[in-house]
Design a protein around this ligand. Structure first.
Ligand SMILES: *Cc1c(COP(=O)(O)O)cnc(C)c1O
Length: 401
């Protein structure tokens, strides 16, 4: 138990601890939902949940559970194979087709997670003669995926279209063959939406391909929940969409890439997380198929979610909190220092509201926040209860007066 690595680990942990940057897990002891049960010191407490990616409230939906249970009975627990050896069930093809149809693409390819989808995409499609031009606030999985490919890398400041154009010119000047613009559809820490129409206009002008990661949009934003291409009006001008079944679409696990046929065909041959990692378990696949069907028809849930966002924003803004502007169900309450964000999270916990403080390195230094997320699993009365708790805690800590 005594080695240079153990010493290093202990030193880093002590540093994180003294900087107030340690992330702690608080275990739930029941289903993910609007109200959750938390196990705490031998006690079970019910809390209102404001930090799940469960936007449509489908994580414990009875029809999704029933679909998953039926697939357990008919197909068993796991596949024990990658897709191309003996890990492809007709169920997998059905989910790929349902995903592609939902998003208006030729085809889709499944991954164990969107982290893997983004990890496999760039390396499979781009070579050293190509360029990838990436928004500075893109998700870690896009950043890692780009690191794994040999294309020349360019970065533009978050949503800065002038800088994106400069980078496109630079890539052209350097003789890039393929230019791929990569952006989150919704930036998860801020809730900002990418200007996809402007991005597609630039892509057209410079002959670039557009890839978006729509994890925080698919299912709940845009018409029928078709995500930011539908929300912004960019539609099918976006070439490649990556996304997850781990958020709005049931909250299980699994990722996908949806695109035109030759791109998906090539990914099936070349994407390493697809070729060298296990196939999704049938119950998860059956649940996700059901989740897409429910999400597509869930205008009522999307309307409730949008109402919650407006209601919560208005209450907190009126009370004097500093919120980032926006229209998505991601509502960041800005607090500044990590320590204050953590104290605020504890004060809210004491008042029955489960939230998470976000701080460096997840967000920049000095921009610590509590990122709240609305959910259709909550009622309007829940939103008022949550806002009351924020106002009470905010006054107690001197965040508002
Ligand atoms: C959550 C998220 C991912 C990762 O999705 P998983 O399916 O959980 O791996 C990737 N990109 C973005 C933008 C995300 O928000």
């Amino acid at each position: 138990m005594d080695s240079p690595l153990i010493h290093k680990a202990e030193a880093i942990l002590a540093e994180l601890q003294s900087a107030g940057l340690t992330k702690r897990e608080r275990p739930l002891s029941g289903p993910q939902s609007g109200h959750i049960t938390v196990a705490q010191g031998g006690r079970r407490r019910e809390l209102l949940n404001l930090c799940a990616n469960n936007y449509l409230g489908l994580a414990d939906h009875p029809e999704i559970i029933a679909a998953a249970r039926a697939a357990f009975d008919s197909h068993g627990f796991g596949m024990a194979s990658v897709r191309f050896i003996c890990g492809t069930e007709t169920l997998h093809l059905e989910l790929e087709q349902a995903t592609a149809r939902y998003l208006g693409k030729d085809d889709a390819i499944l991954f164990a997670a969107c982290f893997d989808a983004n990890g496999g995409l760039f390396e499979a499609l781009l070579g050293e003669e190509d360029a990838v031009i990436s928004d500075s606030l893109n998700h870690a999985s896009i950043i890692d995926g780009i690191r794994l490919c040999k294309a020349k890398r360019y970065r533009y400041q978050n949503r800065d279209m002038n800088e994106l154009e400069d980078r496109l010119k630079e890539a052209d000047h350097n003789g890039a063959k393929i230019k791929m613009i990569a952006t989150d559809g919704v930036f998860s820490m801020d809730g900002y939406v990418a200007d996809l129409v402007a991005i597609c206009d630039l892509a057209e002008r410079y002959g670039a391909t557009v890839m978006i990661d729509d994890c925080h949009a698919t299912g709940h934003l845009g018409e029928k929940g078709r995500g930011t291409p539908a929300l912004t009006g960019a539609g099918n001008r976006v070439d490649i969409v990556t996304g997850t079944f781990g958020k709005s679409l049931g909250g299980g696990i699994g990722g996908f890439i949806a695109a035109s046929q030759p791109i998906i065909d090539l990914l099936r041959q070349k994407a390493r997380p697809y070729l060298f990692s296990n196939s999704l378990p049938p119950p998860v696949v059956a649940g996700a198929i059901k989740a897409i069907a429910i999400a597509e028809a869930a205008d009522d849930r999307r309307a409730l979610l949008a109402d919650h966002s407006r209601r919560f924003r208005a209450r907190l803004t009126d009370a004097g909190f500093d919120l980032l502007p926006g229209e998505t169900p991601i509502i960041p309450v800005m607090l500044g220092e990590a320590e204050l964000a953590q104290r605020m999270a504890r004060a809210l916990d004491e008042r029955g509201v489960y939230v998470a403080g976000f701080f460096y390195p997840v967000v920049p230094m000095g921009k610590a926040r509590i990122r709240t997320q609305m959910s259709a699993a909550l009622t309007p009365a829940d939103i008022d209860t949550a806002a009351d708790a924020f106002i009470d805690a905010g006054k107690a800590l001197g965040v508002i007066t």
